[in-house]
Design a protein around this ligand. Structure first.
Ligand code: UT7
Length: 335
């Protein structure tokens, strides 16, 4: 029986720092509101003049993950790419990464599960490794949010939250049981699909609709979020899916060495921390510096926690996410 373990992690964020005060110059918002409601102090935005895209940021993070894993790019058996902001409508970013990194003709799969995308990707990779089909799988989460947000006052409830960046993990086969990815737990509830959504461009909202920019009407080409409804569902589903993961492994809350929640809102992380009575050392947050980077948020946070020496061999690490779909999931890892 094979297990999968994370052999290397990497992250990349654009250099361009956008503070809350910078946003206040573009729209009616302020640093106090953003920090109080979300915990965010700043985020990174791609600059038009640099070469960063969702795919190229993914390549930068993946290159570091491969180096740290000591795995050659030609030994990658599968690329899994999670994003809600691909460079193109089609094809997906997975094949772009393959081309940009010069990886041989292995399969490349794109995952469209938004904030839960990295956990879904990790789960898919874990199953392929456990069955023995593949040995080395690159799982990438990357987002270019800033290219598609409404930076006028009309879009302020969404646009102040999101940031750009990428994270990646190289999963490899292991024959040692009881470590690596112990289990993953995935859920979705499609009845709330439009509560956090971007309707166009799409086959329903095609070019004529996106060319019509009437601020009085529903604008289908900027993201919509029913913030309070999403928030309420997030705290419930985060709690459930963390408990589901712990129970599947006969673990208690006190067994968690490090919880990495998807960085949606610092208040959500703090709610979970308080509910589970976890100390500050047991929960990693970096939304203050990057905002919500959707599919990239967990791999960026996991990479940073590891780089800062906060995750050591033998630690029990819990990843949990909730977001658009609604989709949610957790992963229980013995590092
Ligand atoms: O990652 C995917 C999952 N996402 C989440 O889990 C996000 C969940 N939701 C949230 O994090 C919060 O709902 C938000 C941060 C999005 C919003 O916070 P809130 O405390 O729910 O605020 P609200 O939407 O109820 O808005 C309160 C007020 C409104 O004004 P009125 O109607 O009370 O006069 C908004 O118009 O704040 C106003 N507002 C702002 N004011 C200044 C909304 N956005 C802003 C802004 N700056 N950027």
């Amino acid at each position: 029986m094979y297990t999968s373990r994370i052999a290397g992690m990497g992250k990349f964020v654009p250099d361009n720092v956008v503070t809350n005060d910078d946003l206040a110059e573009m729209m009616d918002t302020n640093d106090a509101w953003i920090q109080e409601r979300t915990g965010i102090k700043e985020r990174r935005h791609i600059l038009k003049e640099d070469d960063n895209t969702t795919a190229t940021m993914g390549v930068k993070a993946a290159t570091i993950a491969l180096e740290r894993a000591g795995v050659d790019k030609n030994d990658v058996d599968l690329i899994v790419f999670a994003t809600l902001s691909p460079d193109y409508y089609f094809p997906g970013c997975g094949v772009q990464v393959q081309d940009l990194m010069g990886i041989h003709t292995c399969p490349a799969l794109d995952v469209r599960n938004q904030c839960s995308g990295f956990i879904y990707g990790l789960s898919v990779a874990d199953q392929f490794i456990k069955t023995g089909m593949y040995k080395n799988i690159l799982v990438i989460g990357s987002e270019n949010h800033s290219g598609g947000l409404d930076f006028t006052t009309r879009g302020r409830s969404v646009s102040v939250i999101f940031g750009d960046g990428a994270g990646a993990a190289l999963l490899t086969r292991s024959e040692k049981s009881g470590h690596g990815i112990l289990s993953t737990h995935l859920h979705s509830e499609g009845q709330h699909a439009l509560e956090l959504s971007l309707k166009g461009p799409s086959t329903e909202y095609w070019v004529p609709a996106i060319m019509k920019d009437d601020p009085q009407e529903d604008i289908p080409y900027f993201p919509y979020m029913n913030g309070q409804f999403v928030f309420k569902n997030a705290v419930t589903r985060f709690s459930e899916v963390i408990m589901e993961g712990l129970q599947a492994n006969q673990m208690q809350v006190s067994d968690i060495d490090m919880l990495i929640p998807h960085q949606a809102n610092l208040r959500i992380s703090q709610f979970i921390q308080k509910k589970f009575q976890l100390s500050d050392d047991q929960v990693y947050n970096n939304i203050q510096r990057y905002g919500n980077t959707t599919a990239a948020s967990i791999p960026i946070a996991l990479t940073e926690a590891w780089e800062e020496g906060k995750i050591k061999e033998g630690d029990r690490v819990v990843l949990a996410a909730f977001g658009s779909g609604f989709t949610w999931g957790s992963a229980i890892i013995k590092w």
